[in-house]
Design a protein around this ligand. Structure first.
Ligand code: ADP
Ligand code: ZN
Ligand code: ZN
Length: 816
């Protein structure tokens, strides 16, 4: 008897064994997919990991339904990598499988709901429940039935769906295997009998009277003379200016033939002549140091100030790896930002650059995947967000991680909760590939590794060209308020700096850490802040509907006229978002075009690109935005950057808050003065003397590092301790409290390590589920693997306790 073990794309702790025939056994290889029945009526796409002849003892192996692949979808580098991820991040192989391959490869039949185009007008007619569904669809393309049940907190979702269908805001589909349909292009060639030279004269004679047809033919010959590649219909119509009808009549006369060839959706034209790149002296030096470091070790950290031209160094490095015929993966923190980078890289490498990210359609992702499998030139360089590292590389030469400090490299939910930088380092090792981490503000962990000699370190401390680092000016908000020098959230100094910049025809970037409008309402008399009844968060004020809303669960109430606690009618709005900044600014500068960049304005595949284009073309003079602004944008006309409120960054209950504030401020500041003109940065703050703000002003990364690393050691945080975070969730407060205490004590007893908790997190309830957190700290020198095994054992015991069964547990290794 013949068997295979398969991974199913589910959160199940083990693989499953299925029976196959001898012929199937001969045919199958590790890494191929098979459709297998599972449970009562479900069919899943399993992945073969072992072929064997050992009949399972505990259950009768079912037969597979069918074999899907002719060649393995997954190679052994990938399988090995998945195993590492599952073990290190404490999740199942099924979860890694589900995350690592494009969903087009995982067939599953399920009803899904998607949004149709809706306007804010229809939004006003929605009930609260319906609003929740619509809100959720804004951040997620499709919802499954069980997800809607969870959002509305109802078992029967049919009434809500029916009503939403009636209002034409949703569509219902059966999602089945997304069959991959390659896009084809229509080409034109001469019919076979005219392909001989001596037939051509007769041919031209035959269309002597049809002038338009003759013209098309002549253009066709011209095109043919110019290039040896086939001539597309589009090329021909463009060159000849002829209508389709004329070409069609030539096809009807059997003079032309049309045919179809497959093309790639994702293609970029190389701009000829642009691939001459001259590194500056400082860049060349950095480049050579990287090369000589690579001779000694596999991982190098490039610490280059903002605007130093790190991208050009990456390009040089890519060139050398291309020459070895190897593959390159280039990870970036924010997919929205690939546009600028892709156009820079394609200028050098043309069609060798492929892009891979979640906003691409399934078809596009499958295409890139297939190109990587085939080791096609077209995907020799892949740029992408964290998931690009899961592509089927078989000959990887270089991993680039740009802005390596960015937290978007860490996947928080769902499992696998992996960090793409760290996982990519492991992947590179198995390929014996090199890794370059680049940043102007490295993470403390990477810098620490470089200091300890674990990574090579290369420094680039000057900006490219004649540009210098911008000068930084602090505005003391306390003082400005006291002297009544504030208009809304703008100090007189900032307003003046903005007018001066605009007068010089330069551009301004303003950074505010929050989107939306005036988040909360407070009582001026007693300080009460209205909170959500289902979640432990304050409600957000929505001006348009004059409502308070919860951003976690969608609960809403009318904006109160008096305080719920003390009945005072003196209520005011506190906190401010990008939308409000934009409005205030428009009043201050009525003639100026202002753009806003945050999650609300950049949704959609091209929303972000349109905004960037407008800013680049100077259709917009001031850009107001959130975090997105900090990630590597390059605009040469920006000479002023304003940070609206630095304090909002500093006071986060997180051990990385100071490090992150430094990084964010330095990065945002780095958008200023990137060309020759001297740039300026203005930081508004209540605490100008705060050490972090002082480090930012002096551009003193090393000072910040030295101070913070000491704190980390004293308070037992990374890189000196590894952290495992266990989050427990349940609707019943007491049961959760009891359960988490039980688990905490068990873990504490079995580990001679610091264990914190079980604590209520800052937001201690979401969608009526309470949360508790247990944090395990593992000293760098003790066994991580051993500790994880113990923790897993404790969790298994926990799950066996009947009364705690319903408590959900999520594990997060290196959660920060
Ligand atoms: P970083 O990523 O280090 O902040 P960039 O790579 O964006 O810096 O470079 C900053 C600017 O300087 C870009 O506009 C880039 O095109 C330009 N630049 C950098 N190096 C060169 C070079 N060697 N030749 C021409 N332009 C360069
Ligand atoms: Zn009150
Ligand atoms: Zn809520």
């Amino acid at each position: 008897m013949y068997f295979i073990d398969v991974i199913l794309p589910l959160a199940l702790p083990q693989n499953f064994t299925y029976r196959v025939s001898e012929a199937e056994f001969e045919y199958l290889q590790v890494g191929m997919r098979v459709a297998v029945p599972f449970g009562k009526s479900k069919m899943y796409t399993g992945l073969v990991v072992v072929l064997h002849q050992n009949e399972p003892l505990l259950y009768e192996a079912k037969e597979i339904h069918q074999i899907i692949d002719q060649i393995p979808l997954i190679n052994t580098y990938q399988l090995q990598h998945w195993e590492w991820i599952a073990s290190y991040y404490m999740c199942t192989l099924g979860e890694v499988y589900r995350c690592a391959v494009p969903s087009a490869f995982l067939l599953e039949i399920e009803t899904v709901i998607s949004a149709t185009a809706f306007s804010s007008a229809t939004e006003a007619q929605l009930t609260d429940e319906e609003f929740l569904v619509v809100e959720a669809l804004k951040s997620q393309a499709v919802l499954k039935i069980h997800e809607i049940a969870k959002i509305t907190n109802k078992k029967n979702v049919v009434p809500v769906l029916q009503s939403l269908l009636q209002k034409q805001v949703i569509a219902i589909n059966e999602e089945i295997t997304e069959t991959y349909t390659p896009k084809t292009i229509r080409y034109i060639r001469l019919a076979e009998r005219y392909q001989e030279e001596d037939q051509l004269i007769g041919l031209l004679d035959s269309v002597q009277k049809a002038l338009k047809q003759k013209e098309v033919l002549l253009h066709f010959f011209q095109l043919q003379a110019k290039s040896s590649s086939p001539i597309s219909l589009k090329q021909l119509t463009e060159a000849s200016g002829a209508s389709m009808a004329v070409i069609k009549s030539l096809i009807d006369k059997d003079i032309f033939e049309d045919f179809y060839l497959q093309t790639d959706r994702v293609s970029f034209a190389a701009k000829e002549g642009e691939n001459k790149l001259q590194l500056s002296e400082a860049q060349a030096q950095a480049f050579h140091s990287i090369e000589s470091e690579f001779a000694k070790q596999d991982i190098v950290l490039l610490h280059g100030v903002t605007g130093s031209g790190k991208t050009e160094i990456y390009i040089k490095l890519i060139e050398t790896v291309l020459q070895q015929g190897k593959q390159i993966v280039f990870l970036v923190p924010e997919i929205a930002l690939t546009t600028q980078l892709v156009s820079r890289l394609s200028a050098y490498f043309g069609n060798k650059v492929a892009v891979f990210h979640s906003k691409y359609s399934n078809n596009e992702r499958v295409e890139v995947w297939n190109q990587v499998v085939a080791q096609s030139e077209k995907a020799q360089i892949v740029i992408g967000a964290r998931s690009a590292m899961f592509l089927p590389f078989s000959n990887l030469g270089l991993v680039l991680v740009d802005e390596e400090h960015e937290q978007t490299f860490k996947q928080q939910d769902p499992a696998p909760r992996y960090h793409a930088r760290d996982a990519a380092i492991v992947l590179a090792k198995s390929h014996q590939a090199k890794v370059l981490l680049g940043s102007a503000t490295p993470s403390l962990e990477s810098y620490y590794n470089a200091e300890k000699g674990k990574y090579g370190k290369v420094i680039l401390s000057e900006r490219f060209g004649n540009a210098t680092l911008p000068s930084i000016e602090l505005v003391d908000l306390k003082d400005a308020y006291f002297r009544k020098k504030m208009t809304g959230h703008f100090s007189a100094a900032l307003i003046e700096a903005i007018s001066n910049t605009l007068a010089e025809d330069k551009q301004v970037i303003l950074f505010q850490n929050r989107r939306g409008f005036s988040p909360i309402i407070t009582c001026d008399t007693c300080g009460h802040v209205p909170h959500c009844i289902q979640c432990d968060v304050s409600l957000t004020y929505h001006k348009q509907k004059n409502q308070l809303r919860c951003h976690y669960c969608g609960f809403s109430m009318a904006n109160p006229t008096s305080c719920h606690a003390c009945s005072s009618s003196h209520l005011s709005t506190k906190g401010f978002g990008t939308e409000q900044i934009q409005q205030e600014l428009q009043l201050l500068f009525p003639e100026t075009k202002i753009g806003r960049m945050d999650q609300d304005t950049t949704s959609g595949k091209y929303g972000f690109e349109n905004l960037l284009d407008k800013f680049k073309n100077k259709e917009i003079s001031i850009l107001v935005g959130t975090q997105m602004l900090a990630k590597g944008l390059d605009f040469d006309q920006v000479s002023l950057v304003g940070i609206m409120n630095a304090d909002a960054l500093l006071y986060h209950p997180d051990f990385r808050a100071f490090e992150r504030s430094f990084q964010l401020m330095t990065q945002v500041a780095g958008r200023s003065g990137r060309s020759n003109a001297l740039g300026k940065v203005m930081i508004q703050t209540y605490t100008p003397q705060h050490p972090i703000i002082q480090y930012v002003c002096r551009n003193d990364y090393a000072g910040m590092y030295t101070e913070q690393i000491k704190e980390r050691e004293v308070f037992q945080y990374p890189p000196f301790f590894k952290l495992i975070k266990i989050t427990l969730k349940h609707r019943d407060y007491d049961k959760l409290k009891q359960g988490s205490m039980w688990l905490y004590q068990l873990v504490k007893q079995h580990l001679a390590l610091p264990v914190l908790g079980p604590e209520e997190p800052v937001i201690s309830r979401i969608r009526n589920e309470y949360l508790r957190v247990i944090l395990i700290k593992i000293p760098a020198q003790s066994s991580l693997l051993g500790t994880k095994k113990t923790v897993q054992k404790m969790l298994d015991s926990f799950e066996r306790v009947g009364q705690f069964k319903a408590i959900k547990v999520a594990l997060n290794v290196d959660h920060y």
